[in-house]
Design a protein around this ligand. Sequence first.
Ligand code: BGC
Length: 725
Amino acid sequence: MLLENAKFITTATPSADACPVFAKHVTAKKPVASAALQITACGLYEAHINGQRVGDWYFTPGWTAYKHRIQVQTYDVTTMLQEENEIRILLGKGWYASSISRGSYEPVVGPNSIIAALTILYQDGTQETTVTDESWKYTESGIRYSDIYHGETFDATVMPLEWHSAVVADCRHDVLVPQEGEPIRQTEVIPAVNIFITPKGERVIDFGQEVTGYVCFRTVGKRGERILLDHAEVLDKDGNFYNENYRKAKSQVTYIANGQEDGFYHPVFSFQGFRYVRLTEYPTDELYVGDFYAIVVHSDMQRTGFFSCSDMLVNRLYQNVIWGQRGNFLDIPTDCPQRDERLGWTGDAQVFCRTAAYNYNVNSFFRKWLHDLALEQGPHGDVPWIVPAFDPPSGAFAWGDAATVCPWEIYRAYGDKRLLADQFDSMKKWCDCVYNKGKSPAEWGGGHQFGDWLGLDAEEGSYRGATNDLLLATAFLAYSCNLVIKAGRVLGEDVTAYEARLKEVKEAFMREFVTANGLLTCDTQTAYVVALQFDMVQDKAACAAHLAELVKGNGNKLKTGFIGTAYMMDALSDNGYADVAYSLLLQKEFPSWLYSVRKGATTIWEHWDGLKPDGSMWSKDMNSFNHYAYGAVASWLYGTVAGIRPDEEQPGYRHIHIKPVPDPRLAWARAELDTAYGRIKSGWERCAEGYKISVSIPDGTTADITVGEQVYTVSGGEYHYTLRI
Ligand code: BGC
């Protein structure tokens, strides 16, 4: 068992606002061969040995379904040890115990506490372990207040004088598991680009890019003077600081100077999503851009995908998708990083998963989150709306389908059967849970649903698009049955029951939602997108033609929300209407992807009209400027524009489908993708005869390259073709 002999320790009285720091003196009695420190917390921790920070991981131990598991980190601290050593461990409330947990943490594992063990292996072969217990001391640190949503206050005048004996906390040990996810690191430092005075006379710093992390600033000021920073994503239409859309999340960082330190400081246990920072209080009128940096913090996944083309706005859109992922993959896939949510919304993760797996290697990231999803499922297989969950599970279509879609997408991208095997029960349980609700779409679609969330065809004042919920619920049930069947076949499982269900669900769909002329009873873009993508209709050609008409009839503009948008481009281009998909991609007027780019977006917006054409904003109750869901369009840039797709039969890019789909409105486009086998490249450029296509396939793989009507089957190497038009 991990940390077997160590005890969870806490403070004598439940810690109020100030973060405690626990300390222990350890003497290395003999020459040291190696030393390892294992730690975790009900909360967040940061450890120091002899004044030096231990490791480069942040927001440890991360966010898991705490009532089931808390990750333990192990650090090699050999080079940090001297003969006499002071270990200090700071404890913050973090996701476990600050306002984000809605106060529901107490009974889960135990109070806000730490547990640790330092094991020293001496050169003579003997070993000594120091564990957390009542012999440790604690005091209050300079962090006077810390909360994920509300920010942090650090008082540099606080001198730790009074030390008390730590108290053993009644916490469960059975939740401790080794680190599973990607470590969270500080991945980039962005210097401030400008400090300016707004029309209201406020001093505001612009970092030029919306990021998730915190500001690192110079600790100027005389003793007792305050630096108070407020964060925002956008300016209002008059150019004033605006953060009402953060709702209850105060996102405020305060530093109280002691007049002696001249260094830099950043919050420790709180993060913000921001581009602008207001110097709400600042001790001096002398402002230097070099005194402010934005530190970018997220799960440190390996970047694998790269896309560019001849259209600069599309390139910026693509960069916004990358920033959306960086800003929202902070140990779990979150909806947004700034307002009082920052939660693992399952629907958002599901629609973005394919894109995520092109951009970065998200194999371990999703493996960890999906393990939590499975643990959080209800007894009947319901999937909570958010994972980790606070409320009892209550499945909704497209959100709960994260249980089937994400494992399958990860399998397609990385070809690792273990994840499918781990998740297979969870996949089946979700499918069973929906199917067992009854025998008809009305029952399968029962309960609370989010619908085509934020669809533009919503009724005035509603968040839910016009597409019939029962149609969507039935299509998603069929899709999930299909994914269970595919996963079961890979794993050699008997899936006959799911094959029968798939047939039954499709027949019900045909009966209820398909008209005599092969079209749908619900005439929305999203209905057709989903019916085509999930293979729910017989007359695909007629449905695709109708979808293309719906889009063109709407001035080549979208009406879709979270659901329809994710699959729109594939539904068009995989059915013969790539030109219409390109028209949507290149649309610059509202609503479109490039509209937000032209409005200066540096991340993906939650709403097509987060910032309206007249400069006003969507209501502050739901207006995030960093919500990656609509960024799902990037999978189409990789998979259709550049044409790189995995083959589900030989996943992980062991066999590759290359089928670039050029369009005369772009002069060139190219994508590169790092896989376990090496780098795939695919690109094209316009030329006199049509398009020159260049492809590079890594050794050890095979590919079929489609150029017009021709298909070439190749192995590793460089290939050049001309697509004549
Ligand atoms: C979140 C979404 C989420 C939705 C559920 C919102 O508050 O920000 O992204 O999927 O609720 O409908």
